[in-house]
Design a protein around this ligand. Structure first.
Ligand SMILES: Cc1cc2nc3c(=O)[nH]c(=O)nc-3n(C[C@H](O)[C@H](O)[C@H](O)COP(=O)(O)OP(=O)(O)OC[C@H]3O[C@@H](n4cnc5c(N)ncnc54)[C@H](O)[C@@H]3O)c2cc1C
Length: 439
């Protein structure tokens, strides 16, 4: 039964929404969550990074993850445009603690586990309920309007959390989105059974394989049941404009050009059709306002190169929940209170964004580590998602010392297009007609 009033309403039941609502319930608040889909539902974003551990721990999810059939991930490895492999970045060598083992998840399963876990903690979570509007009194959010079975209903809340992912309900309504000026990518992917797998602690490694033209890269993510998720990411125009064939044809053209990828799937069977998405990075100019907060992709999306999306969803959910619990205790639900974590969080995202942009602009992990072996651990800190501390900033100067003379200044995300100037930018997802879950 949906109540007519909650302390906090959370829009969306992805990782950000489940995290926020669980921690709110742990903090003694009455949290209602509305998810428009019926779970399990497909989602991309399958490779976790180690720093998710600490939030999963607070959510009481660790045991469930450890008992799950998700493939254990111990490292990430880069293959350059010539097929040369870097040594794997083993997380354990950097931080000998159980947090250094993370997972490759199937999101339909992982997201359902998180949502069930939220319910177990007392969250009043409802699926197949579409939030159609956030209600305001002046500039203060006061609740939401939902639609269920065609019926509209208004629900009051002291705080509204937007965790609606790339649908970004509030960001769109309030025109807060800035499209990243540099990271305008697209992605096409599918799933393979019986593809090549390394053994031992390398079995669950994420591989990032640069395309031979250095325009983009492939992700290679081993999952359970002998499935591999294999996708190509490249500039949007390169991947989707001026091509003669469909997504399938483009995918195979790119595989054909990349021998290191082709050999890995030589004896494998494709088990789904082709998925595609525009993959434009963006961020909101604000994390919060009076009575409302944005978390996860509803706040910002960063290019998936280093698999940081779920971490950022979990982390922002955690920081927002702490600010809300504290704010409601003090009777302060102002923008300043609810968004007190925003600056530090943005700095962390900026660090990851810089590493992403450096890669697209020619940065080589192999060359860097050969030149600065004592900074290997600091680079690994960034790769595991240890982003919210300035100890990692010591990598930038040495990185700059390897720049070619003609290197262009990196534009900041704030220099990107605002909604009015962005034209047709929107991250649409194309899923194959024969989609079946559980891959
Ligand atoms: C090509 C690609 C590859 C990626 N790879 C990785 C990776 O390897 N690792 C990684 O960590 N991340 C990856 N990501 C990023 C990751 O997918 C996201 O960052 C992550 O899913 C964000 O979680 P979220 O909870 O914010 O949003 P979501 O997971 O999208 O959840 C939002 C939920 O809100 C619901 N919703 C939307 N609108 C409404 C509404 N009006 N009412 C009610 N419910 C609503 C949706 O149905 C959805 O379930 C990748 C992304 C892309 C595009």
């Amino acid at each position: 039964m949906i109540a007519s009033e909650y302390d906090v309403v959370v829009i969306g039941g992805g990782p950000a929404g489940s995290t926020t609502s669980t921690l709110l319930a742990q903090g003694g608040l009455k949290a209602g969550l509305f998810e428009r889909e019926k779970f399990p539902r497909f989602h991309i974003g399958e490779s976790l990074i180690p720093e998710t551990y600490w939030v999963l721990k607070r959510l009481n999810m660790l045991e469930k993850m450890q008992q799950s059939h998700f493939v254990k991930k111990h490292s990430v490895q880069f293959v350059n445009a010539h097929g040369k492999e870097s040594a794997p970045f083993y997380f354990w060598d950097n931080k000998p603690h159980e947090c250094s083992q993370t997972w490759q998840v199937v999101r339909s399963e992982f997201d359902q586990m998180l949502l069930e876990n939220a319910r177990e903690h007392g969250v009043d979570a409802h699926e197949s309920v579409h939030v159609v509007e956030v209600l305001f009194d002046g500039d203060r959010a006061t609740g939401v309007a939902i639609k269920q079975d065609g019926q509209r209903k208004e629900i009051k809340a002291t705080v509204v959390v937007d965790a609606s992912g790339q649908a970004a309900l509030l960001m769109n309504r309030m025109k807060l989105r800035i499209w990243d000026p540099v990271l305008n990518k697209g992605a096409i992917w599918t799933y393979w059974e019986g593809a090549y797998r390394d053994s031992g602690r390398d079995e669950g490694a994420t591989m990032v394989l640069q395309t031979p033209g250095r325009d983009g890269w492939f992700w290679y993510i081993p999952q359970h049941d002998n499935i591999v998720s294999l996708g190509v990411v490249a500039p949007f125009d390169y991947l989707f404009k001026g091509r003669k064939g469909d997504h399938e044809a483009t995918y195979y053209e790119e595989v054909e050009k990349a021998p290191a990828v082709k050999k890995r799937i030589a004896n494998a069977t494709r088990v789904t059709g082709f998925f595609a998405t525009r993959d434009y990075s963006y961020r909101s100019t604000q994390v919060a306002g009076n009575g409302w907060v944005l978390v996860g992709d509803a706040f910002g999306f960063l290019d998936p190169l280093y698999s940081s999306g779920v971490l950022l969803a979990l982390k922002s959910g955690e920081l927002a929940a702490d600010a809300i619990v504290d704010g409601l205790t003090k009777g302060d639900t102002s923008a300043a209170q609810l968004g007190r974590w925003g600056d530090n969080f943005n700095q962390g995202v900026d660090r990851m964004r810089r590493l992403v942009c450096e890669y697209y602009d020619g940065f080589s992990f192999g060359t860097f580590v050969r030149n600065f072996p004592d900074l290997r651990n600091t680079v690994t800190d960034l790769l595991i998602g240890d982003l919210f501390d300035d100890k990692v900033d010591k990598v930038w100067k040495p990185m700059e010392s390897l720049y070619p003379a003609d290197k262009k200044r990196l534009q900041t995300w704030k220099e990107g297009d605002t909604p009015d100037a962005a034209g047709q930018k929107a991250n649409e997802l194309v899923v194959p007609k024969d989609l079946r879950l559980g891959i």
